[in-house]
Design a protein around this ligand. Structure first.
Ligand SMILES: Cc1cc2nc3c(=O)[nH]c(=O)nc-3n(C[C@H](O)[C@H](O)[C@H](O)COP(=O)(O)OP(=O)(O)OC[C@H]3O[C@@H](n4cnc5c(N)ncnc54)[C@H](O)[C@@H]3O)c2cc1C
Length: 466
């Protein structure tokens, strides 16, 4: 009998387990793959460092920098290179630089004068939209159609792999809804924050020398004695005083608490026999496939200046890629001297069927994309494809009701907890915060339960349960 079983060794599961182990609880992590980290996979290919999943983490989310420090990772932390000046957006097949500050769109010719005027008038627009408003509806209403289709839509594709009209504002960007409710306009909210000296939520990205996977690696090293990899949980059953967990040929475990830190579809399969409502809600969370094509070139093969973190493409441009990152421009030591690296993102809600094409085809598409936008000439020196059958979970309309169904299941089975990137956004920093908050809820329950040795006295009758 253990205090808690954490299912899933991605950043969410590792962070939740770390919080519990630090407090002296008896914990085990079960991870299906033979390594921890989940979506965070950094691979060295020659002198290149490819990120198959996340490539940076945002320090604008409270707590994540302290986490890096606590785990002894500050010595290998790397910030964005100083010559990273722009985010690019594609218009008419060409890259348009936009400076990353609130006035960036006024100083760039990316938007038409009419689009810029609509943006400037945001402060005068009235509050209030329909409930369950999509991000596109909210932004159309506040900033005008051009800003929504040319800026917000590509941004949403970059963050969620989604379309702006397919995700719910309250679930995806609650801060924007809150700014409108409190200040009447987003411009007014930004000004108010500036005046009061508040920290603007600028995106400050960072990573570590060995790539983003340095973080789960550091956590996994600390948690090593309680991690079991290569073992998939098949079923969870409620038993008196806790849960019985079937891990197939790896046997059965008894835990007083279970933290599910797996992807929504995986969580759905595990709770199907416990709570059909929760399983249905989890199955309903869309996560369209996405592919990452990584290409490395000699710098001399690239015509365009690579002084940005990459580019995003509005849907109206009809391009294959929803966005491209320039990893070797973002952080040091991502490519050998004299070389440049690109991560091309294909798929998501815009083109789920394209993400599943054979890898060789995806490489051809990605090369054609880079010929057009950055003037890449000749064959890449390195090419790798990672296909995610399920990409990022999207907070589609009805997301809050789905999360309510999970809360109900937690209420029905005290000791059952859900965490993961479908709660507070896909960013790893948000996953960590959600996992820590979930672990603290488990702690307060365990404090009422008393030490686990007492629980060992409970006699289990597992017959007929599994
Ligand atoms: C292409 C891509 C790019 C991204 N870019 C960024 C970025 O730049 N910055 C950023 O912050 N975030 C980014 N993200 C999002 C971020 O990577 C994820 O949201 C985050 O890593 C999710 O962590 P998690 O632990 O919740 O889930 P996961 O990482 O998915 O981990 C879940 C784990 O559960 C395991 N599991 C599943 N079923 C079982 C079972 N039955 N038994 C045991 N184990 C099981 C899985 O094997 C997996 O290891 C990106 C994601 C993708 C896919």
């Amino acid at each position: 009998m253990i205090d808690a079983l954490v299912i899933g060794g991605g950043i969410s599961g590792l962070s939740a387990a770390y919080e519990l182990v630090r407090r002296g609880f008896k914990v085990q992590i079960v991870e299906r793959q033979n390594r921890c980290g989940g979506a965070a996979v950094s691979e060295k290919i020659g002198g290149f460092l490819m990120e198959h999943g996340p490539s940076s983490i945002s320090s604008s989310v409270e707590g994540v920098e302290a986490y890096s420090r606590q785990l002894g990772l500050d010595g290998v932390k790397c910030g964005l290179k100083t010559d990273v000046r722009y985010r690019y957006l594609v218009k008419g097949g060409r890259l348009h630089p936009v400076a990353p500050h609130p006035l960036g769109f006024f100083t760039s010719s990316y938007l038409s004068p009419r689009g810029r005027l609509a943006l400037a008038l945001e402060i005068f627009r009235c509050r209030g939209g329909a409930s369950q408003e999509s991000v596109a509806q909210f932004c159309d209403r506040r900033f005008g159609r051009e800003f929504t289709s040319q800026v917000i839509d590509p941004l949403v594709a970059g963050l969620y792999g989604a379309k702006a009209d397919g995700i719910c504002l309250d679930a995806a960007f609650p801060a924007l809804a809150d700014m409108e409710a409190r200040y009447g306009s987003l411009t007014a909210a930004v000004i108010a924050r500036k005046i009061s000296g508040g920290r603007m939520p600028a995106r400050r990205l960072f990573s570590w020398a060995g790539g983003i996977a340095d973080l789960p690696r550091a956590l996994a090293a600390r948690l090593a004695p309680c991690i079991q990899t290569g073992a998939a949980v098949r079923r969870i059953a409620a038993v008196p005083g806790g849960f019985s967990i079937d891990t197939g040929r790896n046997g059965r475990l008894l835990a007083r608490n279970v933290i599910l830190a797996v992807q929504p579809h995986a969580a759905a399969a595990l709770v199907e026999n416990l709570d059909a409502g929760a399983a249905a809600a989890l199955y309903d969370i869309p996560a369209p496939p996405v592919s990452v094509v990584y290409l490395g070139f000699r710098t001399a093969q690239i015509r365009h200046k690579l002084d940005g973190i990459g580019y995003l493409t509005p849907q109206s441009e009809g391009r294959t890629a929803s966005g491209v990152l320039f990893p070797s421009s973002m952080f040091a030591r991502r490519a050998p001297e004299g070389h440049a690296a690109f991560s091309v993102y294909i798929g998501g809600s815009r083109a789920p069927e394209v993400a599943g094409r054979p890898p060789e085809e995806l490489v051809v598409m990605a090369r054609a994309e880079l010929v057009d936008t950055v003037g890449a000439r000749g064959a890449p020196v390195v090419a790798r494809v990672r296909q995610w059958a399920r990409g990022l979970p999207q907070p589609a309309p009805g997301h809050e009701q789905r999360l309510d169904a999970l809360k109900k299941a937690e209420g029905k089975y005290p000791g059952l907890f859900f965490t993961g990137n479908y709660f507070s956004g896909p960013g790893m920093a948000r996953c960590i915060n959600n996992a820590v908050e979930t672990a603290l809820r488990a702690v307060s329950l365990m404090e009422q339960q008393g030490p686990v040795s007492d629980a060992a006295e409970i006699k289990y009758n597992l017959q007929g349960v599994m």
